[in-house]
Design a binder for this molecule. Structure first.
Ligand SMILES: Cc1ncc(COP(=O)(O)O)c(C=O)c1O
Length: 495
């Protein structure tokens, strides 16, 4: 451990001290420790609502921390091996967007894999940067995007030496990790910053024998979802920066969009989670790894399903995060989303997500072996009750994106709404994605192709929750009526 006392939790200590003083509230929130909203108290409990307070002198202020929040962030930076840590209460979405907005200006190029979360592309809409995608290869069986190849990155940098940054997922939702150390070396050699989306990687900072975490690999910034594998409350997150970043400037970027009424429930949960991970993370994640490996073995024993793991490591997968329990289901003749729905509707089991080929069961520090047994039992039962045939579920290949316009131009320019089946050859003005995982099938500025339309319609038919388009049924799509070069209407596919 470092020099600081990781047993401390400065925000929590300040809240406890505040409670002892029985302060009379003539400030917001207006429920006044719950007195004005008894139903809220009966739902959440007096203890919870009495800590739902706003910034005040002894509790510091998230917009410009100088006391207890600053101390808590320092402890967090030490625990994660970062130069600076920022507590975030607007989700990892905001941490991701801060990374992009901190290094990109309008018109700047940023290199990234296409399988990014929508928050990344939304950041490009906000700042006007232009994506240069490295389309990842797709696993021929499980249909999942593979790692960012270093040779591809080098080629991409050669073609785009003016790019300012490289963004990489570590790991992907499905557990795939790229060779982060080499990516950092290559990008830095060309004066580019490396931004790391670690929404699914908090545990990499504490567990043993797991893929390397962003800060150890030398990335410049990392967005880390404490509320996912770290155990803090939903919506709380952290942003880590390395020495290369001016943290005062990053704070200014955060304050462009961060709330001025940060929730102390979320801040306290970040403080406690950091303490818990710093003191017990190694053992906790060793247990998660054991549970995941056990579950994988049991699920693969059922037959039909394929719960993949470290055997994926090879030329296309640099490393694999074994805490992820992802199960390929199409080999049984059921899509991931179908198994997801059956688990929820008939077995009261809530999985993280199901997509066309895969089901994901999220494992973390709160899991118990008896729950794993229940999942395995349910999957076994489903296999017996829904005898399928792999051939009956057509394979839908992952889509390739062609960027025709910048996301910002496409988002803000004039559009018309047309039936999606007629949209091939046009440029999309909106997103279409299954959520989760929230990786756009189509993003603003991308060329619509027949493959993409088929993919969207197939996902819809199978019951995926589609988001992003103005028309919630995705019968219609909003497409551009002009190009940035001022031309009218259609970008035909082979033009
Ligand atoms: C890869 C990735 N990045 C960023 C986010 C955004 O996180 P949040 O939901 O906390 O805003 C997610 C959410 O699932 C994600 O999967």
């Amino acid at each position: 451990m470092g020099e600081l006392d990781q047993h401390r939790a400065p925000i929590v200590e300040a809240l406890q001290e505040f409670k002892r003083h029985r302060v009379v509230p003539f400030d917001v929130p207006g429920h006044k420790r719950g007195r004005g909203n008894p139903a809220l108290v009966s739902l959440l409990g007096q203890q919870c609502v009495s800590l739902d307070v706003n910034s005040m002198k002894p509790l510091d202020n998230l917009c410009n921390p100088v006391s207890v929040i600053a101390e808590a962030e320092e402890l967090c930076a030490e625990a994660f091996g970062a130069d600076h840590a920022f507590f975030i209460v607007n989700g990892t979405t905001m941490a991701v967007q801060t990374m992009v907005l901190s290094v990109c200006h309008a018109g700047d190029k940023i290199i990234l894999p296409r399988n990014v979360h929508k928050s990344v592309i939304n950041a490009l809409i906000l700042c006007g940067a232009v994506p240069v995608y490295i389309n990842p290869r797709i696993h021929p069986v499980i249909g999942v995007a593979l790692d960012m190849e270093t040779a591809e990155l080098e080629r991409c940098i050669e073609e785009n030496p003016d790019a300012v940054a490289v963004l990489v997922n570590n790991p992907t939702y499905y557990g795939i990790c790229s060779d982060l150390r080499s990516i950092v070396r290559i990008a830095h050699a060309h004066g580019m910053k490396v931004l790391c989306d670690e929404a699914h990687g908090t545990h990499l900072y504490f567990g043993e024998n797991l893929p390397v975490c962003g800060m150890t690999a030398g990335v410049d910034m990392a967005a880390v979802s404490m509320h996912k594998s770290g155990g803090s409350l939903t919506q709380s997150s952290i942003l880590l920066t390395g020495k290369s970043m001016d943290y005062r400037y990053v704070r200014q970027i955060i304050n462009l969009t961060q709330t001025t009424s940060a929730s102390y429930l979320l801040l306290a949960s970040l403080d406690l989670s950091r303490r818990n991970l710093a003191l017990h993370g190694k053992d906790s994640f060793a247990r998660v790894v054991d549970m995941a490996e056990y579950a994988r073995g049991e699920i693969n024993r059922i037959g039909g399903y394929y719960a993949y793991g470290r055997e994926l490591i090879g030329p296309d997968v640099f490393d694999y995060d074994v805490t992820k329990l992802c199960i390929y289901t199409k080999s049984m003749g059921l899509t991931g989303i179908e198994v997801y729905d059956i688990l929820r509707d008939e077995y009261d089991i809530q999985a993280e997500f199901g997509d066309i080929g895969n089901l994901m069961a999220y494992l973390s520090i709160g899991d118990r072996i008896q729950d794993i047994e229940r999942l395995v039992g349910a999957l076994e039962d489903i296999k017996r009750r829904y005898p399928g045939d792999a051939g009956s579920t057509p394979y839908v290949d992952a889509v390739e994106a062609t960027v025709a316009e910048s996301p910002q131009f496409a988002f803000y320019t004039e559009k018309e709404s047309i039936p999606i089946r007629e949209a091939a050859g046009r440029v999309s003005g909106e997103f279409v994605m299954c959520y989760p995982p929230g990786i756009p099938i189509l993003a603003p500025g991308e060329l619509v192709t027949k493959d993409i339309i088929d993919h969207i319609l197939y996902a819809r038919e199978k019951g995926c929750s589609l988001q992003g388009s103005a028309d919630p049924t995705v019968e219609n799509l909003r497409v551009l009526t002009r190009t940035s070069a001022g031309k009218g209407k259609e970008h035909r596919e082979n033009e």
